[in-house]
Design a protein around this ligand. Structure first.
Ligand code: ATP
Ligand code: MG
Length: 333
């Protein structure tokens, strides 16, 4: 049976909320809260807008004509909705403080459905332009912006609220920039906690790794140890993601204990039915002989439509963005 989720539980799982409790357990990150309004406005617009790419490169090489350059930059912006210069500088500063590469996310979601638009094919961002482009291209990020509290119940009247957004009055969106570091997906796990007890563990990656079969004996105590360090989390039920590296489990994220969080190798029916007093968590790994991931099939429903891919042939990103804008305006005539 699905247990209803409260707005408070969703709020507790916001990055800034759990990060303030567990800073020492998780890789370095910066929270920009509230998110600058120019970013919200940019994310809210239809289409993809880029600044003139060659102009940005000139900025670096030609520092002598600073004033003329600034005027030219204003003139050549593709969209008036591109975030302002101070916001860009703020993001650039944080990227530089975090050693030059970050993974962005909003309160709950990273743009992992939008890696197709990045030249690296990953969420690694080394510039403010990278950060803005990948956030803008992600449906998961849109979810955080518009639908985060859908299907929540009110603590007082216990009624599901799927019709109105109703963000809590003191709520604000946040931009998270996490320091990028190389992660090997074989030791990323999703851990399900019920009544503060670790009840289930599964791989996050969908490939088979033979070494995991024997190494789970050593990995499990590390996961239990991290679970006990999370006892301060305000809810008894939650789902955490972790990356295990050299006998240390890094906390990557905390997600709601609720069917909107992907149960991966478990169904939510199973998870809701599991006994929270069980002594040992159920562990599921991808079995030998399972179809290996093609490395590219994830989130295929969130990708760009085929006609836009066709329209992009041989174009650079700026030309593609301009073509997309003209296609969009033609289709709405
Ligand atoms: P989900 O929807 O599954 O809960 P999410 O949107 O909350 O995902 P994260 O769990 O924060 O996103 O990150 C998704 C993936 O991005 C991780 O599985 C990991 O592979 C990668 N990742 C996260 N943080 C970093 C980082 N700091 N450096 C490098 N890669 C990272
Ligand atoms: Mg998450």
């Amino acid at each position: 049976m699905a247990t209803p989720v409260t707005k408070q539980h969703i709020l507790n799982c916001q990055f800034s909320n759990w990060y303030s409790l567990f800073r020492t357990l998780t890789p370095k990150a910066k929270v920009i809260k509230p998110i600058p309004t120019s970013i919200l406005k940019y994310l809210d617009e239809d289409g993809i807008y880029l600044k003139n790419v060659s102009n940005t490169i000139e900025d670096v090489t030609d520092r002598e004509n600073e004033e003329g350059r600034e005027e030219e930059e204003e003139d050549t912006q593709v969209s008036s909705y591109y975030p302002d210069k101070s916001t860009i500088q703020l993001i650039e500063r944080v990227i530089s403080d975090l050693d030059g590469a970050v993974v962005p996310k909003l309160n709950w979601s990273s743009p992992k459905d939008a890696v197709w638009i990045m030249p690296t094919g990953s969420m690694k961002c080394t510039s403010a332009e990278d950060v803005l482009l990948i956030l803008k291209s992600s449906d998961f990020v849109t979810h955080d912006l518009d639908y985060a509290f859908d299907d929540c119940i009110e603590e007082d009247n216990q009624e599901a609220d799927s019709t109105s957004q109703r963000f809590p009055s003191d709520f604000s969106h946040e931009l998270i920039l996490k320091e990028w570091f190389p992660i090997h997906p074989s030791t990323e796990f999703r851990c399900f906690v019920k009544g503060k007890n670790l009840i289930a563990v599964c791989q996050r990656d969908d490939n088979y790794y033979d070494f995991l079969e024997h190494e789970m004996k050593e990995i499990l105590p590390v996961l239990r140890d991290l679970t006990s360090k999370l006892s301060e989390f305000p809810d008894p039920n939650f789902v955490f993601d972790t990356y295990v590296q050299q006998n240390r489990a890094w906390l990557i994220d905390i997600n709601p204990f609720f069917a909107r969080t992907d149960g991966l190798l478990f169904s939510w029916e199973e998870l809701y039915a599991m006994d929270y007093e069980k002594n040992s968590p159920e562990i599921r790994l991808i079995p030998k002989g399972a179809m290996p991931s093609s490395g590219g099939a994830n989130f295929y429903t969130n990708r760009v439509p085929f006609d836009l891919v066709a329209a992009s042939q041989g174009e650079n990103l700026l030309e593609f963005a301009e073509k997309m804008q003209s296609l969009t305006s033609e289709s709405t005539k």
